[in-house]
Design a protein around this ligand. Structure first.
Ligand SMILES: Nc1ncnc2c1ncn2[C@@H]1O[C@H](COP(=O)(O)OP(=O)(O)O)[C@@H](O)[C@H]1O
Ligand SMILES: [Mg+2]
Length: 386
């Protein structure tokens, strides 16, 4: 970790002095400068520092927009906001703007130290070779989000030699580990969150259940009580760190659209709502897609998947697409015997029944994602179509 240069920006002299002095006491910080200004009227930074801590009331939209403008202008500088504001709306806006941390003005020295450590352990955004973050969300319980998330991860790791992290974000009785392992996870997300101040790549990988040498699964806590202290900000730090270490970070969100769920969706490059083609799923799917639209998630990153697809189904994919007003990205066939055997034994279906229709679909999906589509038509038609 190299010593960072930090600039504190505040329109209040006392705050500027206080924050500046406290930051100077933190070890491993190269230099601290103070700039008497608000972010909106910030003068040009000739030599942009590694970190800018902007202390501002951020009450008006104008000053909120200044956050996004700052990040666009100085992409290599990590922006930290020091503000009394902590509403979900503000935090969401800050995260969307690219703010790395939000700290309260009355943060203790220890809190400040911890935040600086986290920031320093993150790589330079412009230099990052970041992995793809994919969220799996069930339109309705039992849709197959956990089964697909964990098994697609296995296909990517075993067939394409990708580095995979699966994080089970079902904080109420998550079960992702059971789909791909018969081992009991030694630790879980709740315990990792308690060690946040030491969070780094080795701690993250040590907290994972090794499904394969290149596939780790971070299990959810065994009981909801052990999850009660988990905060969305901690989950965001874990996802960001995972993204810098793995080719794919697959998040099993289940049905939970709480603060943790929204944080996961915010940080996702691809969102896969999982549904089946029956009326209850379609109804809940519509609600979920509507909600995502109202939250402002880009339509291009949402890929609805129909699981347990049956060609004989009364409702066709076309009808489903009309009802959802959205294209179905992928269908996975229903195959009870192969999936039941896999789930009961805790052995990925691609390993247990490679020739089954479900395994083939998963392998094909993994090939498409990693850019090697097995089903690409060959010959001149392919050339013309391409
Ligand atoms: N393609 C499929 N074919 C047959 N059964 C499936 C398929 N996908 C999932 N299942 C079954 O559905 C059950 C519920 O899936 P799960 O992944 O736990 O749903 P969710 O996480 O969305 O609640 C699994 O235990 C599995 O037995
Ligand atoms: Mg699940």
């Amino acid at each position: 970790m190299h010593p960072s240069t930090i600039a504190v920006v505040s329109p209040l002299s006392t705050q500027l002095l206080d924050l500046g002095q406290r930051l100077k006491r933190i070890p491993n910080i190269g230099s601290v400068i103070t700039i008497h200004s608000d972010l909106q009227n910030l003068p040009d930074l000739q030599d942009p520092p590694d970190v800018v801590i902007a202390a501002d009331p951020f009450e008006e939209y104008q000053s909120m927009d200044a956050l996004a403008r700052f990040v666009m202008r100085y992409p290599r500088t990590r922006l930290v906001v020091c503000s009394r504001q902590n509403s979900a709306d503000f935090l969401m806006h800050a995260m969307r703007s690219g703010v790395r941390e939000v700290i309260p003005p009355e943060a203790s020295d220890e809190f400040l130290l911890e935040a600086m450590r986290r920031i320093q352990s993150q790589q330079h955004p412009a230099l990052e070779q970041e992995g793809t973050v994919m969220s799996f969300i069930s339109c309705k319980g039992g849709g197959g989000a956990s089964f697909l998330a964990t098994n697609l991860a296995y296909a990517l790791a075993s067939q394409h030699n990708k580095r995979l992290a699966v994080i089970d974000l079902n904080l109420q009785y998550g079960d992702a580990a059971l789909f791909v392992s018969d081992q009991k996870p030694a630790t879980h997300l709740g315990e990792l969150c308690q060690k946040m101040r030491h969070l780094d790549a080795s701690l993250l990988s040590a907290a994972m259940l090794p499904v394969l040498p290149n596939y780790g699964l971070l299990a959810s806590p065994e009981t909801p009580a052990l999850a009660s202290d988990i905060q969305a900000g901690q989950i965001a730090s874990i996802i960001r760190l995972a993204r810098s270490q793995y080719d794919y970070v697959i998040l099993d969100i289940g049905r939970g659209l709480d603060q943790v769920g929204f944080t996961a969706l915010e940080l996702s490059d691809q969102i896969y709502p999982i549904l089946q083609n029956t009326i209850p799923y379609i109804r809940d799917g519509k609600r979920l897609l509507g909600l995502m639209q109202s939250m402002g998630y880009e339509d291009e990153k949402i890929f609805p998947v129909v699981n347990r697809h049956d060609r004989e189904s009364e409702i066709t994919i076309k009808q489903l697409e009309t009802a959802l007003a959205k294209k179905i990205a992928l269908t996975i066939p229903n195959h009870y015997s192969a999936v039941a055997a896999s789930v009961n034994q805790g052995v990925p279906v691609v390993k247990l029944a490679k020739a089954s229709p479900v395994a083939k679909s998963l392998l094909n999906w993994a090939s498409k994602l990693s850019g090697k589509c097995q089903n690409t038509p060959r010959g001149w038609i392919a050339r013309v179509l391409h």
